[in-house]
Design a protein around this ligand. Structure first.
Ligand code: NAG
Ligand code: NAG
Length: 271
């Protein structure tokens, strides 16, 4: 399928840069064309978005039969994928970016959640949480949807990553109580936190919270198991370094992640 090949091309190029991880695909179900990030996602029909998760198999390779649902990266020319942004990012009020998705549980589960089922079956290694809220609760602090539902009910075994400064935005204004952000984000079940600047503060806050049993050690262990699981399946312990022999692949296939989205999007519109 073409969509799978559209995933294979950037997998090679991303590997060639030495980074074995791509923040794709965006499986947002765009319910409002006013949403400025619709162009990064596929379409408004959840069934089409589900079928587009084939891109994950292009980036990571096909999960071997019998291992469906386990994180999988098939060798040194594939990369870990990231299904994002969990969940409801394309359903916000009036299409306002990072705003609230107001919908009942049935609507969430039948419109915004289905593509996550397909992603997990295809062995997606990581899931990124959304800046947006569901019925007033920030996704970066949503223990029910991240831990109870994604990890425990759907049995997602990869790791959950935050968006850029995503935990800062749990509070309004962002970062106004960073220790609360750390507690709420890690406590919700996010395993890897994307902290571009405040990393010393992050480490201090998290260390304090673990030492004082605010964050239980079992939460840290859960995250570490998940990192190791993904890193082992990626072969990072056998091949930890960039492969310079791939350098000729750079610039040969596609020039940026966004081309995938544009290409896939035009396929959706022109079946
Ligand atoms: C949504 O946007 C409105 C208008 O900017 C803002 O007042 C509100 O706080 C936002 N809601 C969320 C959940 O971000
Ligand atoms: C920040 O959040 C913590 C909980 O993590 C709370 O104990 C503290 O009172 C909050 N600080 C402020 C200034 O609101």
């Amino acid at each position: 399928m073409l969509v799978k090949r559209i995933g294979e091309a950037p997998a090679l190029e991303v590997r060639a840069t030495g980074i074995p991880y791509a923040f794709a695909p965006c499986i947002a179900v765009c319910r409002d064309p006013r949403w400025g990030h619709c162009y990064e996602s596929y379409i408004e029909d959840p069934k089409v978005v589900q079928s587009m998760t084939t891109l994950i198999s292009g980036l990571q390779g096909d999960v071997p039969a019998g291992s469906e649902g386990r994180p999988y990266v098939g060798g040194s020319k594939k990369v870990a994928a990231c299904a994002k942004h969990y969940v409801g990012d394309g359903g916000t009020f009036m299409g306002i970016n990072e705003n609230g998705t107001i919908i009942d549980a049935h609507g969430l589960m039948t419109i915004h959640m289905p593509a996550y089922y397909n992603s997990i079956i295809r062995g997606v290694s990581t899931v990124m949480t959304s800046y947006s809220s569901w019925n007033g609760k920030k996704m970066h602090a949503n223990h029910f949807l991240v831990t109870d539902f994604l990890k425990n009910k759907l049995k997602f075994w990869g790791f959950v990553i935050s968006d850029w400064q995503g935990i800062d935005r749990i509070t309004s204004p962002p970062g106004v109580n960073y220790s609360y952000s750390v507690e709420a984000g890690v406590g919700a079940g996010i395993d890897m936190i994307m902290v571009p600047f405040a990393y010393t503060e992050f480490i201090d806050d998290l260390t304090y919270q673990v030492k004082n049993n605010i964050i239980p050690m079992s939460r840290i262990n859960d995250a570490v198991y998940r990192f190791f699981r993904v890193k082992f399946t990626m072969g990072l312990f056998e091949n930890p370094y960039a492969d310079p022999s791939l350098v000729h692949e750079l610039g040969k296939h596609v020039s940026s992640q966004h081309h995938i989205f544009f290409l896939s999007h035009s396929i959706c519109q022109d079946p």
